[in-house]
Design a protein around this ligand. Structure first.
Ligand SMILES: Cc1ncc(COP(=O)(O)O)c(C=O)c1O
Length: 394
């Protein structure tokens, strides 16, 4: 059997139609398959490789840290310099109320930790989440996921969860002194790039403050520069009580985090002690990678170029078959007539060496979320191919 057959036989599958490209190398904006075919990566491993694949500084940090030490002991017991340095860098670039970082292995674990923290800190149980939101695939995150089709098969889920409509004013009435937390994506990603109205998110912030409810903003997909500011909430003008990060946080290695004030985070230390436990969370090699990745993002001033690159995409994504384009920075949804059309366009692009896909709750939309290092020439090439695909399939 060849590798592809072994993959299908022995690697657990979650779909009957995996992409199944066999990639042997990735660098910067590109991946190469086993036959030497090159792919321009328009989705950055779903918003992971913000500084590009295998950034040399990240690779070097991984190699150096692996030679120093890897796993030492469960989370929180040892002073591990990559964790300390990364937590310090992150908090130096966050508002002063977000000064305590709990590192996890993944985005969904950050969500789980944040929900537990909100319950412990407030002594309440109700969680309010939004329709068409995605927060991960473990049972707690699935409980707050905003789409019945995707969560129904796994019931019973967490009790005392309410789903309300994003960007809708009536949402605010549901938040009361019973509510432990409201959890929202700063920009709804899998819903097809839905940006909240500024006055609505301000009112949401105010209602949370008035009722003693913690506001959790999930920037797992949109954080670290993707929207044209280091954090999306900076553009919205609100500060969450708990911020969730993941995906790009590890510079290509698995890493997530929930970040709060030291006062809120302190709830995990007592009654009972060890309020959140992880063996591998904040792994020193992954923190070293994340630190190098964020340092590269800052040193290369990648965030500053995002808005201009977004405009270039918008300028070139012109075709009668495109119904709408929604974007905030380099998080772009290109809406087609249907999933069938979108799928044909995606397949055509992949055939032509441009890697893209669709959104979980907006399958009629093509995802564009490239490494922030994409060049104007690569943007023009990608848009030309997408329009050419539309000429052929629509
Ligand atoms: C907004 C958002 N939150 C949480 C998650 C879960 O992250 P992970 O897949 O690392 O568990 C994702 C993953 O796609 C996401 O997009």
């Amino acid at each position: 059997m060849n590798n592809r057959q072994l993959f299908l036989r022995h690697v657990a599958q979650t779909s009957d139609a995996p992409l199944a490209l066999e990639i042997v190398k990735a660098a910067g904006m590109y991946m190469w398959d086993v036959n030497g075919k090159q792919y321009l990566d328009l989705i950055a491993g779903i918003s992971v490789c913000n500084v590009g694949h295998c950034h040399p500084a990240v690779v070097k940090a991984v190699q150096e840290q692996a030679q120093q030490y890897m796993h030492l002991l469960v989370y929180g017991e040892m002073v591990q310099s990559p964790q300390v340095a990364f937590a310090s860098l992150l908090t130096a670039h966050l508002p002063s109320s977000l000064d305590s970082v709990y590192f996890t292995n993944s985005g969904t674990e950050a969500v789980e930790g944040a929900m537990k923290l909100a319950k412990r800190y407030t002594g309440r149980t109700e969680i309010i989440a939004f329709e068409r939101s995605y927060h991960g695939s473990t049972q707690g995150s699935l409980s707050i996921l905003g789409d019945e089709h995707w969560r129904n098969a796994y019931r019973p889920l967490l009790p005392d969860v309410q789903h309300v409509i994003y960007n809708a004013w009536e949402t605010l009435d549901r938040i009361t002194t019973r509510t432990a937390c409201v959890i929202a994506e700063s920009v709804q990603a899998e819903g097809g790039v839905i940006v909240p109205q500024r006055d609505w998110i301000h009112a949401l912030r105010e209602k949370c403050t008035a009722t003693g409810t913690l506001l959790i903003l999930d920037e797992i997909q949109c954080g670290l520069g993707r929207n044209g500011s280091l954090w999306a909430f900076e553009q919205l003008g609100v500060v969450p009580d708990i911020l969730l990060l993941g995906k790009a946080l590890g510079g290509g290695m698995p890493l997530g985090a929930f970040i709060a004030s030291r006062e809120i985070m302190w709830s995990l230390t007592n009654n009972p002690v060890l309020g959140h436990i992880t063996t591998f969370g904040g792994h020193p090699v992954n923190c070293a990678a994340g630190l190098a990745g964020m340092q590269a993002l800052l040193d290369e001033q990648l965030v500053a170029g995002v808005k201009e690159k977004e405009q270039l995409f918008l300028q070139h994504l012109q075709h009668p078959a495109i119904r709408a384009v929604r974007s905030l920075g380099l998080m772009i949804a290109v809406e087609m007539e249907s999933f069938a059309v979108n799928k044909k366009v995606i397949d055509y692009c992949i055939e032509k060496g441009i890697l893209t896909d669709w959104f979980l709750f907006a399958p009629e939309c093509m995802r564009i979320a490239p490494p922030l290092t994409i060049t104007p020439e690569e943007i023009r090439t990608a848009c030309r191919t997408i329009c050419e695909a539309l000429d052929n399939v629509s």
